[in-house]
Every structure is written in structure tokens, then in C-alpha cells.
Design a protein around this ligand. Structure first.
Ligand SMILES: *Cc1c(COP(=O)(O)O)cnc(C)c1O
Length: 372
């Protein structure tokens, strides 16, 4: 993949001054999440006449934007989030970049943005990693979070699909989501707000879905909860997602455990971690299926012991156990409120594949950054 020749000419402009290795090491010791950025970025422009052009690998820097640039007013934009991991041989591999590239195209289509070919999406990652590979941390559970995004860059207040678009790729070293051990979260079942509705943009990775969710997240915090759980927008009954992550439910225990995740109805974001866990669960000997669960069934299952574990999954935190649930109609605990056995086994299996400590039977890991 990294040897594929590009349909685009990339202009490479390295930063004039590079950070000293010891300074970078100091930053990488405690990267946190989404607050440190590598020294370069990729930029590609699109317009209606020329298509994709002007590809650059250049120093990370602020953008200069006209105040009337369309995205600031009408939010025509999409993004992705994926991770690159340091491998035992010192190389760098990204987790399922092909799946992220395909989802980026689907999101773009929904937002009436041009589709970036998968090969260019992956070349952008290769290019950035070829120059900023030293920014990929090597500590266990640390990674480089890659953020590709695209926005309407036409200047003007008319409402229409932009005739100019800017694609950017930036990289952010990230630490373990749970530096002091995996800790279950408390969730609030939101009945006042919906994240997505049939026919809306819930299936696309677009910032507006997040903006619309912030008030519900604040309400969850007011209730003493860590995260908001989204229910279907019509009956406020069927469980969809948790914050920016998908949800999985475990029934039974031991080798008889069965994993169930809400089916993709069009209002859920099709998570790539979710998809990977459906396959990994089968590899580990569990049953795995897509289905649906109501809030009453969630509560009853916890009460009678048939529903043993619940967790959320996504690229940033991998797997987050759900320990307890709060709603306007009462609260309950999931299992004993601690991370479950199936949850932690799935988490470890996925993390081991990502850091190259276990075989990768589904070919999810793709070496990146080996451009001459
Ligand atoms: C990105 C995202 C997810 C998780 O997707 P992954 O591909 O697993 O990272 C789940 N829900 C929402 C709303 C998201 O934006």
C-alpha cells in the first residue's frame, strides 16, 4: 500500500526547524488526548473544475480563513479518527485505514462533499508518517491519533454545496485513555434530546452531530454522569449509542456469553471498532449479533442477572465499561459495577492486535510511512 504511486503530485516542504528528540520524548511521556500535534500536516484542495489538486505535506500551522467561508456558517464538513501504533519491529501500522477511508467517502457523500479516493486518503497517512513517524509513541496503549477532515472552503453566504473544499490531515500523539486502569463510567439516558433522526446525518461523521449533543452531555454531567446514552428519536426507548461511541451488551457469562450490539438503523454511526469486536467476539468463541434493546429490557436484564456486562467502544478509548445507569425513572447497576470479564478479554485481544503482540487474522493492521 505504501509503495502505490499517487495520482497526485505531493509538494513536500519540511519544517525549517525540527524539535529536538529529547524535547519530543518529554512531550510523548504524557501526551494526554488531542492537545499535542506533530510537526507537519497534509493539505489537499478540491474545486469543481480541477478536482483534487495542490497536495502538500507541509509544516503544521494555523489556517487563514475568510470570515465568509461556508463551513463556518453551514457546517458542511466531515472527519475521521483512526490510530497508528508502534510495532515490535519499530515500524508503524495503522488500524483499518481502508475502512476509515471508505467511511470518509460515505460521510462526504451525505454532506454533499466530494469523495476523496481511498488511495489518496491512505497516501496522506503514509506521507505524514514518513516525516513525523518519530511522533508515534511506543508506550503500551499509547498511539498516534490521526484526524483526517474536509470542509467547505468556498467564500460566500449562499446555501449550496461548496465549489471549493479543503482536506487536511493532522496527527496527535495520545496516551492511554485510562492511565490508572480501566474505570467504568456512569451513563445518563437522555429522553429530552436526540442525537440523530431517520433521514438525518447520524450515520455520517460530521461535526454537527457532536455540536448538537453537547447540551445533552452537559445535562448528563449535571446528573453526576460521565456520558450520555442516545435513544431512538421517535419512542425514546431503543438504545442507540453512548456519546461518540457504540454500545455492546453481554448476556450470560463464560464461554456461553453472547454479545449484542444495536443494529445499524441509519441513525447510528457505523463504528469500525464495533465491527472489529463483532468479529473478535466470534474468534474468542462467543456468540455475536446485531439486535436491539430497549431501556426497560436493559434494566430488567440487569435485575434478573441475564444481562451481565455493558461497554462502549470506539477508536479513542477502545472499550469503556458501563458500570451504572441513571435515568429520569430510576438508576441501576450493571453486574457488580466493575469491568466485566468478557469486556476486558475483548479489550485485551484488540489492543494486542493493534500493538503487534498477537496475530492479525483479519489483516486489520497496515504498515504506513515507508515512503522513500
Ligand atoms: C466515531 C464514532 C463512533 C465510533 O467509531 P469508531 O470507528 O469505532 O471510532 C461511534 N459513534 C459516533 C457518534 C462516532 O462519531
Amino acid at each position: 500500500m505504501s509503495t502505490e504511486t499517487s495520482a497526485l503530485d505531493f509538494v513536500v516542504t519540511p519544517a525549517a526547524h525540527r524539535m529536538a528528540p529529547e524535547d519530543r520524548q518529554r512531550l510523548l511521556a504524557d501526551p494526554g488526548f488531542g492537545r499535542l500535534f506533530t510537526e507537519h500536516m497534509v493539505r489537499i484542495d478540491w474545486n469543481r473544475d480541477r478536482g483534487w489538486h495542490g497536495a502538500e505535506l507541509r509544516p503544521y500551522s494555523p489556517l487563514q480563513l475568510d470570515p465568509a467561508v461556508s463551513v463556518l456558517h453551514y457546517a458542511q464538513a466531515v472527519f475521521e479518527g483512526l490510530k497508528a501504533f508502534r510495532q515490535p519491529d519499530g515500524g508503524i501500522s495503522a488500524f483499518r485505514p481502508d475502512s476509515h477511508a471508505a467511511r470518509f467517502r460515505r460521510s462526504a457523500r451525505r454532506l454533499a462533499l466530494p469523495e476523496l479516493p481511498e488511495s489518496i486518503f491512505i497516501e496522506a497517512i503514509d506521507r505524514l508518517m514518513s516525516i513525523d513517524g518519530e511522533w508515534v509513541p511506543s508506550a503500551p496503549e499509547h498511539s498516534l491519533y490521526l484526524r483526517p477532515f474536509m470542509f467547505a472552503s468556498e467564500v460566500g453566504l449562499g446555501v449550496r454545496p461548496s465549489s471549493k473544499v479543503t482536506f487536511l490531515l493532522i496527527g496527535s500523539p495520545s496516551g492511554s485513555y485510562f492511565p490508572s486502569g480501566v474505570k467504568p463510567v456512569t451513563v445518563w439516558l437522555s429522553e429530552d434530546f436526540s442525537r440523530a433522526a431517520p433521514g438525518g446525518t447520524g450515520e455520517a461523521k460530521t461535526g454537527g452531530n457532536y455540536a448538537g449533543g453537547l447540551l445533552a452531555q452537559a445535562q448528563a454531567a449535571e446528573q453526576g454522569c460521565d456520558q450520555v446514552v442516545w435513544l431512538d428519536s421517535q419512542e425514546h426507548r431503543w438504545v442507540e449509542e453512548m456519546g461518540g461511541m457504540n454500545l455492546c451488551f453481554v448476556f450470560g457469562s463464560g464461554q456461553k456469553a453472547r454479545l449484542m450490539t444495536p443494529a445499524l438503523t441509519g441513525t447510528l454511526l457505523p463504528g469500525i471498532t464495533r465491527d472489529a469486536l463483532l468479529k473478535l467476539a466470534v474468534d474468542l468463541g462467543y456468540q455475536a449479533e446485531e439486535g436491539r434493546i430497549s431501556t426497560e429490557e436493559w434494566r430488567a436484564g440487569c435485575a434478573d442477572g441475564s444481562l451481565t456486562e455493558v461497554f462502549a467502544c470506539g477508536t479513542a478509548a477502545v472499550i469503556t465499561p458501563v458500570g451504572s445507569v441513571k435515568s429520569a425513572r430510576g438508576s441501576w447497576t450493571v453486574g457488580d459495577g466493575k469491568p466485566g470479564e468478557v469486556t476486558m478479554r475483548l479489550r485485551q485481544s484488540l489492543v494486542d492486535i493493534q500493538r503487534g503482540a498477537a496475530p492479525d487474522p483479519h489483516e486489520w493492521m497496515h504498515p504506513v510511512g515507508r515512503i522513500a
